[in-house]
Write a protein that binds this ligand. Structure first.
Ligand code: COA
Ligand code: AMP
Length: 630
């Protein structure tokens, strides 16, 4: 079938389409009804079914004769180690860990935070929770203690599973002090922690609260898979919104399994047994969907890569991993390719490796700039597929459906909507805009299976953020347009979210930190264009009247504050002191205009600006830090 046929078959009978896709999953009780609208607009998929995610990702492959197939390849240039785990080994390891968690009282519905680097044990911890019907919430290692504390208070975990450390090039990330600090800061306290001691650092364990990963599993009964309802939350994953309070995306189990399994063939074009690699991190949605669940559920081998695109040890690492592990489909963020391209513009490293097994490359997480795509096409000689999705959706919504049919690639566009989605562009009043016009990107409700069910503890915020502005639609938060052929182009965010090296960050959250500095009266953070990371945050600080401070000192203090409170991943290194911020007469800070100035782009003088002269002051301040044609 061609893409149009598949898409039409979904349009004609969406429930039938997803019930057919559901046949790819092992159910304890198969769904009879696909969609329940009892709680509309909070739709549920496969609510009448019973299922277990771990069974589908692990045990069923052992039962079906794939036990000796490698399930996980750990390739870690930062620790100079490699390891392979077969499905049968994975089943035994996960069942033991789940048994130990169960012995300590973890059961269905209990939350467990996982704070771990890119090691197989992170996936094992996720799967052990899934085995018990416990709800995991993985927190990215680049976040600081305060961010971890916010998540502890929001999802109130009974347990936290962490590693002693992570390894970043040139430094050890001491996870345990960050974890201890977070628990001190949080109001909620977990009952216990499980610590995986890495050889690079053995952490101090607190008597009575912390257990060693290995010792804790000694002599326990392995746990069987616990069936849960299709609508039972598989996990909570926090993502950035407009404020410093992250949004806890709740992923329902049944739809998640069905949709991910469907995407592995129809998008990523892999068959069971093939090696699939998503070079991301378990702390992001890409890691949940395409390092852990998607490939494993589909019977693929997944690569857990602990390294960077460059510097570990060189710009050939990606190609070495692809050759060595026979990767068929590869997924990464455009920023990673920009990093490689910067060090290897003529593709010398690419030539050193046999990439004949590689069939396609997928990019997501931020806009894929045409130069980067062309570089990858020229050197890798395979289709380079930009595809669009979000933490909320859990898997690609707009994509060139390679496994169904490779449509013509249009540079700058992630292509066409997949079954489940029917993107439209609306103006601010909710009127649909014609082809080529820029507006808010929306898709009609109900969202397909596997997309967010709600926000944890924040149903009101869920409705307000996504459903209320354009009734009947899910608002993506992105602005874009659709061309005559139905191809979508994403242009910008409509909120205060920025995208730094493929990482989604809240400028509002950074402003909350800056505002906490005793000498800062007012502040703004904007995202400016950056050739490597896509965007970088820049802070503007107005100091309190009478604050007799050295400006450079204040700047370095706020840089440190953001690193300490949000984490190194915020990449907040640029800030300037200004006398005033440009505002409208009603007091709204003109962030968009500031971004245009910083990016040296033409802009229209806002009609409602209070004092146009301030824009010159902003331009002068930006020049001082090398921006705005400085
Ligand atoms: N734990 C602790 N710290 C981390 C971390 C982690 N898991 N991941 C990143 N950091 C730190 C980095 O060490 C860096 O710290 P520094 O300020 O001391 O140098 C900081 O956070 C910023 O990291 P990053 O933005 O990743 O920049 P980088 O300079 O280390 O690497 C790239 C640049 C482009 C190579 C890198 O960003 C990259 O590979 N990006 C891919 C993004 C990706 O996979 N996104 C997921 C969506 S698909
Ligand atoms: P995240 O939730 O971290 O996956 O970030 C989702 C956001 O990243 C989207 O709302 C977009 O703003 C941006 N994004 C993701 N994929 C793409 C893409 N292919 N092209 C442009 N922007 C993208």
């Amino acid at each position: 079938m061609a893409y149009n046929d598949v898409y039409q078959s979904w349009k004609t009978d969406p429930e039938g389409f997803w019930l057919e896709a559901a046949k790819g999953i092992d159910w304890v009780k198969a769904p009879v009804k696909a969609l329940s609208d009892d709680k509309a607009p909070m739709y549920e998929w496969f609510a009448d079914s019973m299922v277990n995610a771990c069974w589908n990702a692990v045990d069923r492959h052992v039962e079906n004769g794939r036990g000796e197939q490698v399930a996980i390849i750990h390739d870690s240039p930062v620790t100079h180690s490699k390891r392979e785990i077969t499905f049968v080994e994975l089943r035994n390891r996960v069942a033991n860990l789940a048994g130990a968690l169960r012995a300590k009282g973890i059961g269905k519905g209990d939350r467990v935070i996982i704070y771990m680097p890119m090691i197989p044990e992170a996936l094992e911890a996720m799967l052990a929770c899934a085995r018990l019907g416990a709800v995991h919430s993985v927190v990215f290692g680049g976040f600081a203690a305060n961010e971890l504390a916010v998540r502890i208070d929001d999802c109130t975990p009974k347990a936290i599973i962490a590693a002693s450390c992570g390894i970043e090039p040139g430094r050890v990330v001491h996870y345990k002090p960050l974890l201890d600090g977070a628990i001190d800061l949080a109001t909620h306290k977990p009952e216990f922690c499980v610590i995986y001691q890495r050889e690079q650092e053995v952490a101090h364990l607190e008597e009575g609260r912390d257990y060693n990963w290995h010792g804790f599993q000694y002599g326990v009964e392995p746990a069987e898979c616990v069936p849960v309802e299709g609508s039972h939350p598989a996990y909570i994953l926090y993502t950035s919104g407009t404020t410093g309070q992250p949004k806890g995306v709740v992923r329902p189990t049944g739809g998640h399994l069905v949709a991910l399994n469907w995407t592995m063939k129809n998008i990523y074009n892999v068959d069971p047994g093939d090696v699939f690699w998503a070079a991301s991190d378990v702390g992001w949605v890409v890691g949940h969907s395409y390092i852990c669940y998607g490939p494993l559920v589909h019977g693929n081998t997944t690569v857990v890569f602990e390294g960077k695109p460059v510097g570990t040890p060189d710009a050939g690492t990606f190609w070495r991993v692809i050759e060595e592990h026979k990767v068929k489909s590869f997924f990464t963020a455009p920023t990673a390719f920009r990093a490689v391209k910067r060090e290897d513009p003529t593709g010398e490293f690419v030539k050193k490796y046999d990439l004949s097994g590689l069939k396609a490359v997928y990019l997501a997480g931020e806009r894929a700039d045409p130069d980067t795509i062309v570089w990858a096409q020229d050197h890798l000689k395979v289709p380079v597929i930009d595809h669009w999705w979000q933490t909320e959706l859990g898997y690609p919504a707009v994509c060139n459906p390679v496994g169904i049919e490779l449509l013509p690639v249009k540079l700058g566009s992630p292509s066409v909507p997949l079954p489940g989605y029917a993107m439209k562009i609306l103006d601010d009043n909710g009127h649909e805009l014609p082809a080529g016009e820029l507006g808010a990107v929306v898709t009609p409700l109900p969202l397909p299976p596997g997309t967010l069910q709600t926000l944890w503890n924040a149903e009101g915020r869920f409705k307000k953020s996504y459903l209320e502005h354009f009734p009947g639609y899910y608002e993506t938060g992105d602005a874009g347009m659709i061309d005559e052929d139905g191809y979508l182009y994403i242009m910008a965010r409509t909120d205060d979210v920025i995208n730094v090296a493929g990482h989604r960050l809240s400028t509002g959250g950074m402003e909350e930190v800056l505002a906490g500095h005793p000498d800062v009266a007012e502040c703004a953070v904007i995202g400016v264009s950056d050739a490597l990371k896509g965007q970088l945050p820049v802070g503007f600080l107005c100091l309190n009247t009478g604050a007799d401070r050295n400006e450079a000192e204040v700047v370095s203090e706020v840089v440190k504050m953001v690193r300490d409170k949000i984490g190194p991943v915020a990449a907040f290194k640029l800030a300037v002191v200004v006398d005033r911020l440009p505002k409208t007469r009603s007091g709204k800070i003109l962030r968009g205009t500031m971004v245009s100035i910083a990016d040296s782009k033409p802009y229209k003088m806002p009609a409602t600006i209070d004092d146009p002269d301030i824009l010159d002051e902003i331009a002068a301040a930006l020049k001082l830090i090398g921006l705005a044609n400085g």
